[in-house]
Design a protein. Structure first.
Ligand code: PMP
Length: 306
């Protein structure tokens, strides 16, 4: 199989990869009514370890709330299933994708008696934007697409339907030769990437858009804020950043469970700082990898060991 894994957990059972199927009339397929997570298990000095797993599971259940979706499994069951999936397949490191969505009962927009289906898949996945991106940074484009306002759809819930906006923004950027997009919110301020939060460094102070800017409350964002403060930086995590401030930043970087800490070296045609990974970004990125690979015993409470 393509993902190099043979087992998926679905609705309480471990099933073969090719048997993890759903009906074409599933509500979630037609209306984007799914909630999901993306987390990582790192190959650490202490063996495989899930990074901030409890926060991911908590966010999954929180994401389901506005849709009144009842996930038929406890957080503990989701955790047990995930640990067993990783163990059974002898994975040292992997990406973890839990998803809950409305299955089939009827196809009215009202989910009615549609069952909530739940699945978890794990698979090896390297650097999301490439190894080179981590070292040298990426070139990004400010998308012509705006983020949903949180008055239109809850942007702090990780809902499958939201990601059509991410696809539009990301593909527009790639069509234009950029690696990724920056998406502005409805007010025209900087929100985030299609699958990343964004940070800006200016005069050694770190800024990241606040939760009211229509962003996902990223778990890597939260981790980086804590790491940066522990390194002695001032972090403004309720910033409202204009598009123009991107151009004049000393440094910019993305964070995400998939993207980890990825420097941004260029926005549209403008070089950021000296056009390569900046020193603050590098310090935070190095600390981040030291932490997730458990080369330090700090932040041990962030890890769930297999
Ligand atoms: N924003 C969006 C839109 C995302 O999809 C993601 C990835 N989950 C993030 C931010 C980063 O969040 P996290 O650090 O929790 O992965």
């Amino acid at each position: 199989d393509e993902m190099d894994v043979d087992t998926i957990w679905m609705d309480g059972e471990f099933v073969d990869w090719e048997d993890a199927q759903i009906h074409v009339l599933s509500h979630g397929l037609h209306y984007g009514t799914g909630v999901f997570e993306g987390a990582r298990c790192y190959d650490t000095e202490e063996g495989p370890a899930l990074f901030r797993w409890d926060e991911h599971v908590e966010r999954l259940f929180q994401s389901a709330k506005p849709y009144e979706m009842e996930i038929d499994h406890t957080p503990e069951e989701i955790t047990e299933a995930t640990l067993e999936l990783i163990e059974r397949q002898n994975l040292e490191s992997c990406y973890i994708r839990p998803i809950a969505f409305y299955g089939y009962d009827s196809l009215g927009v009202a989910p009615g008696d549609c069952p909530t289906r739940t699945a978890i898949a794990v698979w090896p996945w390297g650097a999301y934007l490439g190894e080179d991106a981590l070292e040298n940074g990426i070139e990004v484009m400010v998308s012509s697409w705006r983020k949903h306002a949180s008055s239109q759809i809850p942007t702090n819930a990780k809902t499958t339907g939201l990601y059509v906006n991410s696809l539009l923004a990301g593909e527009e950027a790639r069509r234009n030769g950029y690696a990724e997009a920056i998406v502005l919110n409805k007010e025209g301020n900087v929100a985030e990437g299609p699958g990343e939060n964004i940070f800006l460094v200016r005069d050694d102070v770190i800024y990241t858009p606040g939760l009211s800017e229509s962003i996902l409350d990223g778990i890597t964002r939260d981790s980086v804020i804590e790491i940066a403060r522990d390194l002695g930086y001032t972090v403004n995590d309720t910033a409202s950043l204009s598009r123009g401030e991107l151009n004049t930043a000393d440094e910019l970087f993305f964070t995400g469970s998939a993207a980890e800490v990825t420097p941004i070296r260029k926005v549209d045609n403008v070089e950021i700082g000296n056009g390569s990974r900046g020193p603050v970004t590098e310090e935070i990125q190095q600390k981040f990898f030291e932490v997730v690979e458990r080369r330090t015993d700090e932040y041990d409470e962030w890890f769930t060991y297999i």
